[in-house]
Design a protein around this ligand. Structure first.
Ligand code: HEM
Length: 313
C-alpha cells in the first residue's frame, strides 16, 4: 500500500529538509561550547518526518513556530519507543501507566491530523491546499483509503521507521567524526565542492565519500542491530549446520530465526582483519550481499533510504 509513496521523485525533494536543517544549525553554539547533537538530530528528524508525513511539521526545533503539542508529542513518542525497546530486548511486557497515557496522546494527536485531512479531502484532491509542498504522504494515502484507523496506523508506522533510524545514523556518524579528524577533513573536501550551495538529489548521489561514510557507519553501528523472521514454510538455510557450520540447516515452518546484524557486520571472515575499524575507503571496492543488512532485506531494498544508497554500492 505504501510502497508507491517512495518513488524517486517523491523522496528526492530535498527542499523539505533544508528549512529544518537551518533551524538545527541555529541551535549549535558558535563559540565551541559542547552541544548534545543526538538530541538535536532526533528533533530534526521529528520535524522533517512530520512535515513529510502530515504536511505540517511539529517544529520542535523552533519555539515560535512550534505546534502547540509539539514538545508533548515528541517527548511521548521518545518515551514510548524507548520503553518498548527495553521490553523488546528483555522479552517481557511491563505495565506502565505513563506509557499507556503517552501512547494514547500520540494516537489522539495523529487522529486530529487525519480528521483534518479527511475534512479537507476535496481541497486536497483538487490541489487547492499546500501548494508549497508537492508531496504529503497522508494525502497520497487518502487516495487509497478513508479509514481513519488505517491512515493513523500507516503514518505512525512510517514515523517510527523513518525518524529514529535517520537520527541514529546521524548521531553515530557524528560520534565518529568528532573523533576522526582525518575522515572529517576528507568529507569537508568533498562537501566544499558544492561551494556553499545545498546539493540537489543528483549531486547528493554523486558524493562518494559521504556515501562511504554513511555506509561504514551503518556497518559498525547498524541502527536495527538485531532482527528476526518466522519461517512461513519448511525451509533450509544453506549454511550454519553440522560441526563445521558449513552444512545446511533445516528450519521447520513456524520457527523464529533471530540474527544479529551488529555481530555479522563485525565478522572478520566476512569483512577482513580490519572489520572493527571505521574505514570508509573499504567501500571503494566492497560490494556486499547478505553480509550487509542495515536495511530491510539487503543493501538496496529498504523503501525509505534507497534514495541515497542505490547508486553503485
Ligand atoms: C538510516 C535510515 C534507515 C535504516 C537504517 C532503516 C532500516 C530498516 C530496517 C532494518 C527495516 C526492516 C525491519 C524489518 O522488516 O524487520 C526497515 C523497514 C522499513 N523502513 Fe527503513 N530504515 C531507514 C530509514 C527509513 C526511512 C527514512 C523511512 C521512511 C520515510 C523508512 C521506512 C521503512 C518502512 C516503511 C519499512 C517497512 C517495510 C516493509 O514492511 O516492507 N525507513 N528499515
Amino acid at each position: 500500500m505504501i510502497r508507491p509513496n517512495f518513488t524517486r521523485s517523491q523522496v528526492g525533494d530535498l527542499a523539505i529538509y533544508e528549512e529544518h536543517v537551518q533551524h538545527m544549525l541555529k541551535l549549535i553554539p558558535e563559540n565551541g561550547r559542547t552541544v548534545d547533537l543526538q538530541e538535536l538530530f532526533f528533533k530534526l528528524t521529528m520535524d522533517t518526518a512530520t512535515k513529510f508525513l502530515f504536511g505540517t511539521s511539529v517544529n520542535s526545533l523552533v519555539k515560535e513556530k512550534a505546534h502547540k503539542d509539539s514538545d508533548r508529542f515528541t517527548d511521548a513518542f521518545t518515551y514510548v519507543t524507548e520503553e518498548m525497546a527495553k521490553d523488546f530486548r528483555s522479552i517481557r511486557w511491563r505495565k506502565d501507566k505513563k506509557r499507556q497515557a503517552d501512547g494514547q496522546f500520540i494516537k489522539d494527536f495523529a487522529d486530529g491530523i487525519v480528521a483534518d485531512a479527511l475534512a479537507r479531502q476535496d481541497d486536497i484532491e483538487t490541489g487547492g491546499i499546500d501548494k508549497k509542498q508537492d508531496y504529503v504522504f497522508l494525502y497520497e494515502l487518502l487516495k487509497t483509503t478513508r479509514d481513519p484507523y488505517t491512515l493513523r496506523s500507516e503514518t505512525l508506522n512510517v514515523l517510527l521507521a523513518g525518524r529514529d533510524t535517520t537520527a541514529s545514523l546521524l548521531a553515530h556518524t557524528f560520534f565518529v567524526l568528532a573523533r576522526r579528524r582525518d575522515i572529517w577533513d576528507k568529507l569537508h573536501e568533498e562537501v566544499a565542492q558544492l561551494q556553499d550551495k545545498a546539493p540537489d538529489y543528483e549531486q547528493l548521489k554523486q558524493m562518494k565519500y559521504v556515501r562511504w561514510v554513511l555506509n561504514e557507519s551503518l556497518r559498525l553501528f547498524p541502527v536495527v542491530p538485531s532482527n528476526a523472521r518466522i519461517a512461513m514454510n519448511d525451509t533450509v538455510l544453506p549454511v550454519g549446520g553440522g560441526d563445521d557450520e558449513k552444512s545446511p540447516v533445516f528450519v521447520p515452518k513456524g520457527t523464529l530465526v533471530t540474527y544479529t546484524v551488529w555481530s555479522m557486520h563485525r565478522r572478520k571472515d566476512l569483512w577482513g582483519e580490519d572489520a572493527e575499524e571505521f574505514k570508509p575507503e573499504r567501500w571503494q571496492s566492497a560490494r556486499p550481499g547478505w553480509e550487509y543488512l542495515p536495511f530491510n532485506g539487503g543493501p538496496r531494498i529498504c523503501i525509505g533510504e534507497f534514495a541515497i544508497f542505490d547508486a553503485d554500492s
